[in-house]
Design a protein around this ligand. Structure first.
Ligand SMILES: Nc1ncnc2c1ncn2[C@@H]1O[C@H](COP(=O)(O)OP(=O)(O)OP(=O)(O)O)[C@@H](O)[C@H]1O
Ligand SMILES: [Mg+2]
Length: 261
């Protein structure tokens, strides 16, 4: 196994399945025996709240990393990371509502886009995968995640409206590639696919044609178990490990791990 692989789950479009993908892929990787950390980098803290980590009750969150000195990173992670509650689950780092204020706070800080990359250094030996749930807007948090990432997964909801906002994320990646020492490696992931709907099938065909191998082979279908999982504060594997959604995220984890092997 290579060194840690940092996976950012990103798309500026809201509601496309970023949080669902971060939690389900993180759970699938952990279940497959990979030491995995899931990190919530969205000020809305949906992934944290989903797992019943309420930011207002937490003393330490990823926000502290962005306010810390480099020398303090290792000690801080010890306080931020919630260890997996059981074998085969992921460790978790929660978000904080005030992450949204970083845009202003970091405005004059040199190298503000690479804070997370530097901060992850002490975690590199500890994990096989670090999965980052990104916010649905361009800003310093998304840039930090994209710069730190070895792989960016872009969930794309398979409907025509979702295609409309897609250029934004590719524009961001292109802009960053002009200044980064290595190009951002990305894969698009078709989500919320309804094979009974002709419109969904047409969108998937379009994505395959446009993106070719940049589109994950795995397609995530609609599955009501995801809503059920979120309502119960669980991941899909705890609701029904044989459900379509659970099986598909297991396939995605395998696809990613095979490529990383
Ligand atoms: N494959 C799926 N089948 C059915 N429902 C899904 C699926 N994936 C996600 N959902 C549901 O769609 C909603 C939006 O998903 P999610 O929160 O993962 O999107 P997001 O991209 O993280 O949104 P935001 O941009 O607001 O952070 C949630 O209610 C989630 O349970
Ligand atoms: Mg989300």
């Amino acid at each position: 196994m290579a060194a840690v692989q940092v996976i950012a789950v990103a798309n500026q479009k809201g509601g496309v399945g970023k949080t669902t993908t971060s939690l389900s892929l993180g759970a699938a990787l952990a279940l497959a025996g990979h030491k995995t950390l899931v990190m919530d980098l969205d000020p809305h803290a949906c992934a944290s709240i989903h797992l019943a980590y309420y930011p207002e009750n937490l003393e330490y969150t990823v926000l502290d990393i962005f306010q810390a000195e480099k020398a303090d990173y290792a000690g801080l992670w010890e306080k931020i990371v919630h260890p997996a509650e059981r074998q085969g689950f992921f460790d978790f780092a929660a978000a904080h509502i005030r992450l949204s204020e970083l845009e202003m706070d970091l405005k004059s800080r040199v190298g503000r886009g690479a804070i997370l990359t530097e901060a992850l250094a002490p975690l590199r030996e500890r994990y096989d995968y670090i999965v980052i749930d990104c916010p649905p807007h361009v800003g310093v948090l998304l840039v930090n995640a994209l710069v730190a990432a070895d792989l960016v997964i872009i969930p794309i909801q398979t409907d025509f409206l979702a295609l409309h906002g897609l250029r934004l994320i590719f524009d961001t990646i292109r802009t960053l590639n002009r200044v980064l020492p290595r190009p951002i490696h990305f894969r698009a992931l078709a989500t919320m696919f309804d094979r009974r709907a002709g419109a969904c099938r047409r969108v998937l065909n379009l994505l395959r044609k446009k993106l070719g191998p940049r589109l994950c082979d795995t397609v995530i279908n609609l599955d009501t178990n995801f809503r059920e999982a979120s309502a119960k504060g669980k991941v899909i594997y705890e609701i029904d490990p044989s459900s379509r959604g659970a099986v598909e995220y297991t396939l995605l984890a395998k696809e990613i791990a095979d490529e990383n092997a």
